[in-house]
Write a protein that binds this ligand. Structure first.
Ligand code: Q6M
Ligand code: ZN
Length: 664
């Protein structure tokens, strides 16, 4: 299934008609440069083009009052003076004779996107719209927004398509207070937003944008605010928040639709955000959401004001929606102290609502709300640096890397009696021994066909590293022998960093290395605590891999941050017999691991587990994993054990930090 793209140049046909410094950045070119970049890169041709439509009154009234709608309806007939007068009642927004028409198209585009995804016409999609929506409230325009496109879309999805749980992820750098107000007492809509906050000193300067606004009444726990109290946040800060807050909560919430308030003012170069995350980070943020809700994801443009990083970020997002390999998230480092403080505050504010956060540490001693008060007091003295000066610090950043699709998306090495699943290509490697193994043969290696197997594995790995093959699926008779053979003094010029994820028991692991060439993470029911070292991480779950809640927590809270920091060039995923992992969890794991090493994941399974070949192949081909069944809550002991393991590892692995204690 494809990716929908909704765009119409009609939505470029309104602009600011008078002088207003607060609004001058919201220009029609935002849309044209984004769409033109998609055309130039050939991405628009690969999408399913869906026309926008005007939202009807009834649809707009899903999130707005009648008096507000009636008032806006009058704007097309207003004189310039009337428009200025009308605008004065709202904040940081402007009206134009054609903005009502465009606002209906923007909201209608979001609804077209929801229809296309919910009816299965496409898998996912993006709507490039203006005016944006997430600041507009029931009876007020605000922050360049007239109708709340995504809030209307969420209500529409529930009402028309019977969607039970909607996740809204708002990665725009401003707090979408309009969305928060709309759903704060509604447990069927989980609103997650990060936003530049600077202890309430940044627009819209709301007390309720802080981390302690968790939702009200039945909605308590379903509003997650992540305040950025400093500018200059980087990729590591964004990814650690996703891994340690958003994803655990999102998986526990188990949405059947994901809506993204896709604002790109959180990218480097943006005058509003003043952050330092590079455009390719949106490839990863999108990918991390694509395994939720069976892949049903609708992204709707919000902000984004740098006319270079905006189109780059849009292209990165669309390319991931289309299923292309991800760029390596290189150069990650420790999240900054301020991000860790926010991370700790958000996790502690929500620990009572989400079993995955129950073991989160308490609020930091230097609670950042006291900082807010202190800073507010300092305010009198300090003069604000002009925004222009600060924005002038905009750094250069590299063009996002190419993300070529390999000619063979997934290759397979299967025994003769196992049919090759459709979409996979049988890997034919030369029969003779791989040169790297010839030496082993000389000193009389005993088991011939084990060597042949390893030799073919090496051949497949080589083809992955030259990007002739994306991922691989290998069935072998004896997993231990193959792992021993393949991983024993793995030739360094074959691959320099292998992430080995072992699901299930594996007895002798004496091929482990401590030089960093291999990071071995094992999830099983075995307690190998004492053998742990920086590059061998045994995660033990009392009930083993069949415990989905424990397994997903280990994957999200430990494996993902480790993998991002390690940044492997190859992922080897091994499923040992009797692991007990269920297929949907297994497919989730594969889906998430494909975000690393440019999609070069090699799966090793034992021939007697060939019943799992189908689901494995489907996941390796990039098809979304089915939603996990209702997750049971995380086992108390396992939760504590995972938390202890994370705490012990965080000195070696900075992406595992979730508190600011111990940082400089
Ligand atoms: C969709 C959006 O969240 O990007 C809208 C942001 C509105 C910002 C209003 N303040 C602008 C102050 C100018 N320096
Ligand atoms: Zn914004």
């Amino acid at each position: 299934m494809g990716t929908a793209l909704i765009y119409d140049e009609e939505m470029t046909k309104y602009k600011l008609l008078w002088v207003d410094p607060a609004c001058k950045i919201e220009v029609p070119e935002r849309l044209t440069v984004s769409y033109e970049a998609l055309v130039r890169s050939g991405l628009s041709d690969r999408c399913v083009s869906i026309p926008p439509r005007e939202a009807t009154d009834a649809e707009i009234l899903l999130a707005h009052s009648e008096e507000y709608l009636e008032a806006v309806k009058k704007t097309p007939y207003m004189t310039l003076e009337d428009l200025k007068e009308f605008t004065l009642q709202y904040g940081d927004v402007y009206f134009h004779p054609n903005i009502y028409h465009c606002a209906k198209l923007a909201a209608g585009s979001a609804l077209q996107l929801v229809d296309s995804v919910m009816t299965g016409k496409v898998r996912n999609g993006i709507a490039l719209v203006r005016p944006p929506g997430h600041h507009s409230m029931r009876s007020a325009a605000n922050g360049f927004c007239v109708f709340n496109n995504v809030a209307i879309a969420a209500q529409y999805a529930k009402q028309k398509h019977g969607v039970k749980r909607v996740l809204i992820v708002d990665w725009d750098i401003h707090h979408g207070q309009g969305v928060q107000y709309c759903f704060e007492d509604d447990p069927s809509v989980l609103y997650y937003s990060w936003h530049r906050y600077e202890h309430q000193k940044f627009w819209p300067n709301l007390r309720e944008s802080d981390y302690d606004s968790v939702g009200k009444g039945n909605g308590a726990g379903f509003n997650v605010n992540v305040p950025w109290n400093k500018v200059g946040m980087e990729n590591s800060d964004y990814l650690s928040i996703f891994c340690h807050v958003l994803l655990p909560v999102a998986y526990e919430f188990c949405p059947d639709l994901v809506l993204v308030c896709a604002g790109f003012d959180s990218a480097i170069g943006d005058p509003e955000g003043e952050m330092c995350a590079t455009p390719d980070i949106f490839a990863h943020l999108t990918h991390l959401l694509m395994n939720l809700a069976g892949g049903k994801l609708c992204a709707v443009l919000e902000g984004g004001y740098n006319l270079t990083s905006l189109p780059q970020s849009v292209c990165q997002t669309v390319q991931t929606l289309l299923g292309d390999p991800l760029p390596q998230p290189a150069g990650l480092r420790s999240p900054c102290k301020s991000a860790l403080e926010s991370l700790q505050c958000v996790r502690s504010a929500h620990r009572r609502y989400w079993s995955f956060l129950k073991h989160a540490a308490n609020q930091p001693s230097t609670d950042i709300s006291t900082k807010r008060i202190k800073l507010a007091n300092e305010e009198e003295g300090k003069t604000e640096m002009a925004v222009e000066e600060r924005a002038a610090e905009i750094k250069e950043w590299p063009e996002p890397p190419e993300r070529p699709s390999p000619p063979v998306r997934c290759a397979s090495l299967l025994p003769e009696d196992v049919a090759c699943p459709d979409g996979l290509k049988l890997f034919s490697s030369s029969k003779d021994l791989h040169p790297l193994l010839a030496s082993k043969l000389q000193n009389g290696a005993d088991d011939q066909d084990a060597l042949i197997t390893v030799s073919r594995l090496y051949a497949m790995i080589e083809k992955m590293l030259t990007n002739e093959i994306g991922s691989g699926l290998v069935l072998i008779s004896d997993i231990s022998a193959a792992m021993m053979g393949a991983l024993q003094d793995l030739p360094s010029d074959l691959v320099d960093r292998v992430l080995v994820v072992c699901v299930g028991k594996e007895k002798d692991l004496n091929y482990l290395t401590t030089d960093g060439k291999m990071l071995f993470v094992q999830i099983s029911d075995e307690d190998k605590e004492k053998e742990k070292n920086k590059y061998f991480i045994p995660v033990s779950l009392k009930k083993g891999c069949s415990d989905t809640a424990g397994f997903i927590q280990a994957v999200l809270g430990l494996l993902l941050p480790l993998a991002y920091e390690y940044d492997p060039t190859l992922v080897l995923l091994v499923r040992t017999p009797g692991s007990g992992v269920d297929d949907s969890m297994w497919q989730q794991l594969i889906g998430l691991l494909l975000g690393f090493a440019k999609g070069h994941t090699l799966v090793l399974m034992q021939t007697n587990e060939k019943v799992h070949v189908g689901p494995t192949a489907s996941a390796l081909l990039g098809r979304p994993a089915p939603p996990l069944l209702e997750l049971q809550t995380l086992d108390q002991e396992d939760g504590e054990a995972l938390e202890r393991l994370r705490e012990r590892l965080q000195t070696d692995w900075k992406m595992l930090q979730t508190t600011s204690e111990g940082t400089e």
